[in-house]
Design a binder for this molecule. Structure first.
Ligand code: NDP
Length: 239
């Protein structure tokens, strides 16, 4: 197997804030070169900020082009960009469903497809998808969101079967309730309810998700593929 020393060229979608920004910062701390692609193009200090809409394959292609020009072929990709449009099934519009599928699932497909080119050429790569505990646990009011997150499991496992022989791994990190803008929007009672159900008794921090992601990207994780790694304080165990 090809052994390459740091720094690696890494691209994180949705790297502008929340969990994505924590992932970018963790990789930067390890000495990697990191591109953060998001709709705003904002990025933690030290990363290359790129404007990108993951729903648009041309925009994803251009973002990879910019990252490659600055840092060389992308070796590790983290499909983290995600949105929610929560409401109960009866009230969920087609637009609510389609928008979440477009960003969370089609966006991950666009990113994985573009990333696979250089990874196949290099015969080495790491694809990491940010799923969610609700992908396997389910969640009322999140029929659209949970479906996209379980979809990522099928995607990563199919990619593992397609690309595993080329030293390319594909895994899902499934966070539970992490303190970010996404969870700040939840009603207080909902958060309290979840907190009571989490064995750890608290919400998680973005850095705790980033730690699992950097591990999966490391050489030490080369034999882990098609896995769903929970980072959820024990909320989803068994699911
Ligand atoms: P945030 O809402 O804080 O950040 C989302 C990021 O995604 C932003 O940087 C945003 O860009 C970017 N983004 C949204 N739409 C697009 C798009 N079309 N193209 C490119 N970038 C886009 O989310 P979190 O940090 O909380 O969540 C990150 C991931 O973790 C998501 O996939 C989410 O589903 C998942 N997750 C989060 C949990 C939580 O508790 N917070 C729990 C489980 C999973 P911009 O900054 O430009 O708006």
């Amino acid at each position: 197997m090809r052994v390459k020393q740091q720094p690696r060229s890494i691209l994180v979608t949705g790297g502008a804030r929340g969990i994505g920004a924590a992932i970018v910062e963790a990789f930067l701390e390890q000495g990697h070169t990191v591109a953060a692609a998001s709709t705003s193009g904002a990025a933690p200090q030290g990363a290359l900020g790129i404007v990108c809409d993951v729903t648009d394959p041309a925009s994803v292609d251009a973002a990879f082009g910019q990252a490659e020009e600055a840092h060389g072929p992308v070796e590790v990709v983290v499909a983290n960009a995600g949105i929610t449009k929560d409401t109960l099934l009866m009230r969920m519009t087609d637009a609510d469903f389609d928008a979440v599928v477009d960003v969370n699932l089609k966006g991950a497909f666009n990113v994985a497809k573009r990333a696979s080119r250089a990874m196949l050429r290099a015969r080495w790569g790491r694809m990491i998808f940010i799923g969610s505990v609700v992908g396997l646990y389910g969640s009322p009011g999140q029929v659209n969101y949970a479906a996209t997150k379980s979809g990522l499991v099928g995607m990563a496992r199919s990619l593992t079967r397609e690309l595993g022989g080329r030293h390319i791994t594909a895994n899902v990190v499934a966070p539970g309730f992490i303190e970010t803008r996404m969870t700040a929007e939840l009603p207080e009672a909902t958060v309290a309810g979840y907190q009571a159900a989490i064995p750890a008794g608290r919400l998680g921090q973005p850095q705790e998700v980033a730690a699992a992601v950097t591990f999966l990207a490391s050489d030490a994780a080369g034999y882990i593929s098609g896995a769903v790694i929970p980072v959820d304080g024990g909320l989803g165990m068994g699911h």
